[in-house]
Structures are given as C-alpha cells and as structure tokens.
Ligand binder design. Structure first.
Ligand code: GLN
Length: 198
C-alpha cells in the first residue's frame, strides 16, 4: 500500500488522485489517496502531489495551515514529490512574483505565466528523456523554468525552454500530466523501480 497525499488546498486535486491511482493499478500497487488540507497529514504520506491551479492561492494556504514546513521536511527526508504547473511554481526556489512564497524543493527559478503571455493553453507531443514515445503534454498558462542548479536533471524542453526537471526526489513539470490518460510521468515520479506487471 502506497499512501499518496494530494495537496488539496486549491487546484486540480481529483485529476491527480485519479492519475496516481491509475499508475498504481498499472504497477499492481494499491494506492491510498489522502487529501491534504491541514497540517498533520503530510507526515503520514509516502509520496506527495502538488497539483496545478493558482500558485498564489496555494502558497498562501500552505503557509497559513503550516503545511509548507511539513512538505519541506518530506523532501529533506528524501520522499518523492510530483509538482505540476502551479505546483512547480510553488516548489521552485523563486517564482519571479513576490506573491508566491516558494518552498525551495527544487533548485530552479521559474517565471509564472511565461507561456501564458504568448498563448494561453496548448497541447504538444513532448519528447521526454527515457520515454520511447513523446508525452501528450497539456500546457495551461504554464510557467517557464528559467534557471536550474547544477544538480538538476533536465527531463524535457519545449522550444528551448526546460519544461520538466528532476531534483533528487522531486519531479516538476510546467505541463499537466494529470490531465491525460498517460501515466508515464506519475510512473517516473513514484514507480520507476517497480516492474510493470504483464
Ligand atoms: N499560471 C498559474 C499560476 O501562476 C498556473 C497555471 C496552472 O497551474 N495551470 O498559478
């Protein structure tokens, strides 16, 4: 049994819950999904998901509820996190916006709404390191990853900009893997050492 906590203060929570359940089922693993709205739940979770949504709202609620400290401790202990879109903005070391109190889970600075300034939303077949086929990446008012530290692995770029990174136990994507039926990003974040059952 894997206990997966979906940070549920705001954003596309149910989509992430469904995606992690689907990925677990494909690996023959039961996933117990818990929604995180207050402090005390994160320490009971094996893995965490930080959904897309509105990063200013998410960051404000995380610090108000004292969940921010617990998420930092979760990562410091080496436990996995998947942070998508607004989740990545919150997980960054800086978001280029004072209204977002970033958690500094990944050594990367992001620019909120960088794609959004040009085009609101789009879907693209995205080559991802280690994937045989491109990933159907849905971008919705997506951030751009500006700068990454030395220890950060680049998993995907789109038109020259990084859009998926891994820093230790944390994977961050500018797009929304939870909005497609393709579970490979969730697999990579949480199940990559588990053989897929035939
Ligand atoms: N641009 C949004 C923000 O800054 C994120 C958009 C999303 O998660 N789809 O919070």
């Amino acid at each position: 049994m894997l206990r997966a906590g979906v940070v549920a203060v705001q954003g596309d929570v149910s989509e992430h819950a469904a995606a992690i359940r689907r990925a677990g089922a494909a690996h023959g693993k039961d996933v117990d999904v818990v929604e995180i709205r207050q402090s005390g739940t994160v320490p009971e979770c094996d893995v965490l998901l930080l959904p897309g949504g509105e990063s200013t709202a998410i960051s404000r609620l995380l610090s108000r509820e004292g969940i921010d400290v617990e998420i930092r401790d979760h990562v410091a202990a080496g436990n996995p996190v998947l942070a998508t879109c607004a989740g990545l903005i919150v997980a960054a070391s800086d978001a280029n916006d004072d209204r977002v109190d970033t958690l500094d889970l990944v050594d990367a600075t992001v620019d909120r709404n960088a794609f959004g300034r040009q085009v609101d939303s789009f879907e693209a077949p995205l080559p991802v390191a280690g994937f045989d086929e491109p990933f159907p990446a849905v971008f919705i008012r997506a951030p751009v990853i500006d700068e990454v530290g030395d220890g950060v692995e680049m998993l995907a770029t789109w038109e020259g900009d990084p859009v998926a990174i891994r820093d230790g136990p944390v994977i961050g994507t500018a797009f929304h893997p939870e909005l497609t039926a393709d579970s490979r990003i969730h697999d990579l974040a949480f199940f990559e050492d588990v053989a897929v059952e035939a």
